[in-house]
Design a protein around this ligand. Structure first.
Ligand SMILES: C[S@@+](CC[C@H](N)C(=O)[O-])C[C@H]1O[C@@H](n2cnc3c(N)ncnc32)[C@H](O)[C@@H]1O
Length: 299
């Protein structure tokens, strides 16, 4: 079973991954860099000779600036950034595989349209709302206390869905359903109430964007089987890796931040993962002694 932590930009890594080898992908890409930027509206067209960027299938593209506006924009090329990676996500998934795409409520609508384009609308299965109740409450609008997780099945007619593996949750009015049913609990809907990782709790590993293990374990148990290979190419602190390993699944965790690699290596130490490093990425010197160099150019 593969247990791998990879220090690499995920795009060059995905490019060399063989097709139809992964059973389940969970990703939680970054959004909102918080930087003040000029927004360029661009279009790209294929140009093998004068192209200034490499795109899907290693083809060269030329960037055309259609218009430019200056305002606070947190990820002006976000859709381009995601599109190139999501096309590979689709390619590397097995036919029975699924993608779980975790995103902020301000970005989710754009990402749904993008994913429909890549996976097909018929492959969209659910929008899961992860609802929590933590932190300050706005007095000017409804406090936003949820994240969105979009589920796409590569083949909507045949996909892994282990209904019996669902954890059970308490009924809201147990007295209405009888003792036996109340004791067994009910299956969850597409709204998942779950606390965030407590800043002072045992689960915290010191990575700001760490997601709760409970959410990831639910996805892993229901949407994959023991022995499967799971991929997270925005791995952060490696929550998917822990959920996979605890439940007898293999994992491939890719991240380009050396701090994430160090945290994952420590978090997953007991499962003895192989660690692979791209030597041309900033931060390699910090990790040099931890793993083996792989020949993937991060450019
Ligand atoms: C929101 S965090 C993921 C958190 C993760 N789900 C967890 O539970 O810890 C997103 C991660 O994507 C990584 N990342 C961003 N761009 C990347 C790229 N091009 N290649 C690889 N990793 C990238 C960041 O370093 C960051 O660790």
């Amino acid at each position: 079973m593969r247990k791998e932590i990879v220090f690499c930009d995920n795009l060059p890594y995905l490019r060399v991954m063989p097709s139809e080898t992964i059973d389940l992908i969970y990703i939680d890409p970054p959004f909102n860099t918080g930087k003040r930027q000029r927004r360029k509206h661009i279009e790209v067209e294929q140009d093998p000779e004068n192209g200034d960027r490499t795109g899907f299938n290693n083809k060269r593209y030329r960037t055309l600036v259609v218009s430019e506006t200056g305002f606070k924009d947190d990820f002006n090329e976000y859709q381009d950034f995601l599109r190139s990676r999501l096309k590979h996500a689709y390619r590397v998934l097995k036919r029975s595989g699924s993608l779980f795409f975790h995103i902020d409520y301000r970005e989710v609508h754009y990402c749904k349209v993008l994913l429909d384009e890549i996976f097909n609308r018929s492959s969209f299965m659910n929008e899961i709302i992860w609802a929590y109740d933590y932190g300050g409450r706005s007095t000017k609008k409804w406090p936003a206390k949820h994240d969105n997780i979009l589920w796409y099945a590569k083949d909507p007619n045949s996909y892994t869905f282990n209904y019996e593996e669902m954890d059970r949750i308490p009924y809201m009015a147990p007295s209405l359903v009888g003792k036996k049913k109340a004791a067994r609990g009910k299956t969850p809907t597409d709204v998942w109430w779950h606390t965030i990782v407590s800043p002072t709790g045992k689960e915290k590993v010191g990575y700001a964007t760490q997601k709760p293990l409970g959410i990831l374990e639910r996805i892993v148990k229901v949407h994959s089987s023991p022995g499967d290979t799971l991929l997270d190419f925005f791995a952060g602190s490696g929550t998917l890796g822990e959920a996979a390993a605890k439940n007898g699944r293999g994992f491939i965790l890719v991240d380009c931040n050396p701090d994430a690699i160090e945290i994952m290596a420590e978090r997953l130490h007991e499962y003895k993962p192989d660690i692979y490093l791209c030597a041309d990425l900033t931060g390699y010197d910090k990790l040099e002694s931890m793993g083996k160099v792989i020949q993937i150019s991060s450019k």
